[in-house]
Design a protein around this ligand. Sequence first.
Ligand code: BGC
Length: 495
Amino acid sequence: MKYKKIWGCLLGFLVGGMSMAQAPVAGSQVPAASSIRFPKGFLLGTSTAAYQVEGAYQADGKGESNWDFMANKIGVTQFTIGKKETGNVADNMYDRATYLKDIALMKALGVNSYRFSIAWSRIMPQGTGAVNAKGLAHYDQLIADLRAAGIEPVVTLYHFDLPQALIEKGGWANPASADWYAAYAEVIFKHFSPKVKKFITFNEPYIEFFVQHYLMNLEQSKAPANVRYAAGMTGAHHMLLASARAVATYHRLKLPGQVGITLNLSPVLPFTPGNAAETAVVPLQDELLNGLFLDGVLRGSYPRRALDSLQKYNPTFRPTAAELALLKANRPDFLGVNYYAPAFVKVDPTAPLGVNWLGLNPEPAPTSNNGPSRPDQLYALLMRLKADYQNVPVLITENGAAYGEPDEAVVNGTINDARRCQYLLGHLAAVQRALAAGSKTLGYLHWSYADNFEWIFGYSIKFGLVGVDRTSPALTRIPKQSYYLYQSILKQQPK
Ligand code: BGC
C-alpha cells in the first residue's frame, strides 16, 4: 500500500498536467526538413542506456544492480502501470546477433554517433574490487562493431544503475561512493581509450536524487517531504565529487578525447504567464533544478538561495572548501544536455520547499510524457549556457518525445508518429539557430534509438525512432516515420 501511494504520487506528478485547459502552444512553428543543415563533423545520432535496452540481466557474471532489484524484487512498475515489468530482457541488445541488426538500422539511418551506457554491475559485479573480463569483452565488441559501421561511440559510465552491493553500503549517501566510482571510472577510461573518445561520467544527477530517490527512498518515507527532498543533496554532491574525481583522472592520464557530464536542464517558466506569485518562485526553482548542477559542475560552487533552502532541512550537508575546490579544478571538457521541455512552476505549500514543477503542463492535452514541445526553450537554454557559462561546449545527449496513441499504432506494418516528427524537426531547427548565434553545440543525439524500458513506466511509454514488437519472439524492430524523417535530414548533411 505504502509503495502504491508513493508510485501513484509520482505518476500523478508526471502526468498530472496532461488534462490542463487549452492554451496556445508557443514556439511550435515547424520548419521544413530540407532547411536543416549542420556543420561538417557535427555529431548526429541516437541515445540509449544499459538497463533500458540490454536485458541479459544475469549474463556473463553480471552482478545485481539497483534496478534489477527494484524491478524484480519490489516490482516498481506494478505500482505505476499495474504490470510487473522489468529490464530482464528489454530490447535484448546485449545479444550480439540482435544488436548487429540494430547497428545496421542505425547505419541505414545515417547517424555518425551513438550514445550508450556501460552497466557498472557488468564490469565490477560487486561495485568494487574484482573486474569481470567478460563484461569488458562485451563492450569491446560493441565498440568495435559500431566503429566498423562508421558510428562513433559516446559512452556514459553511469545511467541510474548502481550495483546493488553498493546500495547495501549506503549507495550515494555514503561519502565513500566517490572512491568507489573513481576506481570504476579509471578501469573504464584505461580500458576503452582511445577507441572511445567521448565519455560521460553521469546521467542526470538531478533526476536521480530529487525525483527518483525522493520518491523511492522507502526508509525515509516517513520523514516530512522537505527532509526527504533535501536529503537528496548529500548524494547529489557525492555524485558531483565522483564526477570531478573521474575528470581529474581522465586529464591526468592525458587520454586523447573528452570527458563530460550529462545534466537534465529545463528553463523554468511560471505556470500562468504573468502570475506574480509564480514568477516570484522561478529563481528558486531554477536554482534547484538547473543552477545547483550547472554551478556545481562548471563553477565549483552552489547557488546560495537553493543551498539555504536545502540546508534548512538537511543541516548536515556542508560542502567543504576542499570539496568545492575539487569541483572547481575539474571542469569537464563538455556539458551533456538532456532537454525535453521547460519546467512550469507553481507555488505549492504541499510540495518540497514550497515550489512544484513535476507534471505541471499548461499546454493542451495530449502532449509528450515529458511535457510540451517547446524548441524555443532549447534555443533559450543554449543561449544561456553561452552567456552565463563561458560558452561551454555542449553535446545534446537526449531530446525526444513520447506521445502515446495513436502515434505509436502499427498500421499496415508502419508507425506514423506524426507528432514526434514535428518535435524532432522543431528541436533540430532550434539547435541550428543556436549554432548560428554562436553556441558551441557539438552534436545532437535523439532519445531514443528504439522503444525501451522507460523506468517506472515499464514498456508503456515509447520514445523510440524505432518501434519494438514485443509480441514477436525476435522483438522485431519497426522503423517509424520519425526514423525516415531523421534519415532524410541526415542524408543532406555535409560529409
Ligand atoms: C533519462 C532516460 C529516459 C528519458 C525519457 C531521461 O530522464 O535519462 O533514461 O528514458 O529521460 O523519459
